[in-house]
Design a protein around this ligand. Sequence first.
Ligand SMILES: [Zn+2]
Length: 192
Amino acid sequence: MADTPTPEMVERVARSGVRRRFDQKWKIDSRSGCWNWTGANDGRYGSISVNGRLKKAHRVSYELFCAPIPAGMVVCHACDNTRCVNPQHLFVGTQSENLFDASRKGRNAMQRAPEKSSLRYVRNRPTGLNHHKGKLSESDKIMMARLWLGGETTRRLGARFNVHGGHAAKVIKKYAAMIDAALSETPETGER
Ligand SMILES: [Zn+2]
């Protein structure tokens, strides 16, 4: 057993310390699945100090659970809830029209087809991403489609939601089509 900690070990320990503090600062919204930040915030985004520096909580979440954020990229919310730090609701993107479009697209579909997006989460998810093996809730599926519309690949989404890539692709295809269908319906706003 080597006693000299490798850089990976040091990194892991550092991350686990942040992770502990991070996990004390969010509360799950059982309806949306959002992890709402209860710690410090700047009015829009949650914040947490990492190595003495104040960082945006959703960005820290992405780095803790998903991957390092490539330079110059932003972390976007598929759920449009800026206080949310659920890594499954986050995706990396550029500040491009496309992304905002995709996000808007998904949001409108959620608002217009609420029966299709009845967001229900029954369990708390304190351990992050491996809470369910191969089981996707309805809101997981919608979120995957929205993240995919935002530019995530089916393979990465499969890994993040802990389902087989082929299954992920199937689910995403179906739900993205549902979002499209909801968008192409004529909005009915009249009475009766
Ligand atoms: Zn969320």
